[in-house]
Design a binder for this molecule. Structure first.
Ligand SMILES: Nc1nc2c(ncn2[C@@H]2O[C@H](COP(=O)(O)OP(=O)(O)OP(=O)(O)O)[C@@H](O)[C@H]2O)c(=O)[nH]1
Length: 211
């Protein structure tokens, strides 16, 4: 029997977005499988570790839960350093948090890029989808187009409360990070979102659907 040498990856992942959109809750759900309805603002940054087994490889995700109030702080650049991917989160019940998404993305891209000069993989999370989809339907926003225009590799409607699409979103992000690492010159292709791939509960990730 051949003795396979299992690869291990450690990726730093940023979780950013406006105050109270559910960053801490998404991480809690993802890492500890629980949810609390009480809101306690994150101060500065919190950390959590999620260990995944993917295609016989061990992937450790070091999740950086950055306080929504940090956007105006000047510590952010330090927090962003050496991250390989990001979730940018908004709250589907509060349009202002969606309007802030482009600012968070611009801030991320301005402060962080991979060693080959490309932007880090970013997945957009439309959180609290258990409470409706007002922001998604009222403004006539085409999410695929929005993602393409703003350089997101995919987007998902999520609920930390009801555990919807969080594993899928993480899977999408990890796949894109690995694609960037393995094939840095050809990964532009993986960044293209194919519009026909939308599921009934919003969410697309070209890498996930292709494999
Ligand atoms: N219904 C519902 N409520 C949620 C969901 N996710 C988070 N919440 C609630 O929204 C509030 C804010 O959640 P947090 O996870 O603390 O938000 P945050 O983005 O980490 O906030 P900051 O640390 O201040 O930036 C809490 O009361 C959560 O219980 C969700 O998917 N559905």
């Amino acid at each position: 029997m051949e003795n396979h040498h299992l690869k291990e990856h450690l990726y730093k992942i940023l979780v950013i977005g406006d105050l109270g959109v559910g960053k801490t809750s998404i991480i809690k759900r993802y890492v500890h499988q629980n949810f609390s309805p009480n809101y306690r603002a994150t101060i500065g940054v919190d950390f959590a570790l999620k260990v995944l087994s993917l295609d016989q490889e061990t992937v450790r995700l070091q999740l950086w839960d950055i306080a929504g109030q940090e956007r105006f702080g000047n510590m952010t650049r330090v927090y962003y350093r050496e991250a390989m991917g990001a979730f940018i989160v908004f709250d589907v019940t509060r349009p202002s948090t969606f309007e802030a998404v482009t600012k968070w993305k611009e801030d991320l891209d301005a402060k962080l890029s991979l060693s080959n000069g490309k932007h880090v993989a970013a997945v957009l999370l439309a959180n609290k989808c258990d409470q409706g989809r007002d922001v998604l339907t009222n403004n006539g926003i085409k999410m695929e187009q929005f993602c393409q225009e703003n350089g997101f590799v995919g987007w998902f409607e999520t609920s930390a409360k009801e555990n919807i699409n969080i594993d899928e979103a993480a899977h999408c992000l990890v796949k894109h990070i690995i694609a960037n690492e393995n094939d840095p010159l050809q990964s532009e292709d993986a960044d293209t979102i194919s519009p026909q791939q939308e599921s009934s509960r919003g969410g697309t990730c070209s890498a996930c659907f292709r494999s």
